[in-house]
Each structure stands twice: as structure tokens, then as C-alpha cells.
Design a protein. Structure first.
Length: 81
């Protein structure tokens, strides 16, 4: 099923905490064809599993935003005192 190609866990069972705990992803390794993420328990920071993302399953990169520039003031609008 295509809808589960990029599945991410939000909570996993932690043996140390003896409960289902929220997790956070930490990037472990970047390889030419994939990236490997580690799931860490938010309570005790234990590693609870990992996830591999292949090059085809990565979300598209966001387009870069250009920083806003202040508009240049034309010389005829600048008043000399």
C-alpha cells in the first residue's frame, strides 16, 4: 500500500519505563541510497528501534526561501537637509 510507504512511529513500548512512550527520531547515518534514523524514548532516552528511509521514499525538499531584502531607495526620493 502506498499510503504506508513513509510510516513514522509516534510512540513505542519502552522496557525501562514499562509503558508506551512518545519517541523522537535521531538521524544516525546517511548513506548514498538511504538514511537511518533511531527512535529514542522521551522518558529515559533508550533506543527503541530504527527506521530506514530509501532515496525514493524521502519527502521532497522544501524550496529555499530567499531572505527579504530592504528595497533600495532611489536617489530622487532621498531628501537632503
Amino acid at each position: 500500500m502506498e499510503q504506508f510507504e513513509s510510516f513514522r512511529a509516534s510512540s513505542l513500548f519502552c522496557k525501562k519505563c514499562n509503558a508506551a512512550m512518545p519517541v523522537r527520531e535521531k538521524l544516525l547515518l546517511v548513506l548514498p541510497g538511504k538514511e537511518i534514523y533511531d527512535y529514542l524514548c522521551t522518558g529515559c532516552a533508550a533506543s527503541l528501534g530504527h527506521r530506514e528511509v530509501t532515496a525514493g521514499a524521502r519527502p521532497a525538499a522544501r524550496p529555499k526561501r530567499h531572505p527579504r531584502r530592504k528595497p533600495a531607495h532611489p536617489a530622487h526620493l532621498i531628501h537632503k537637509l
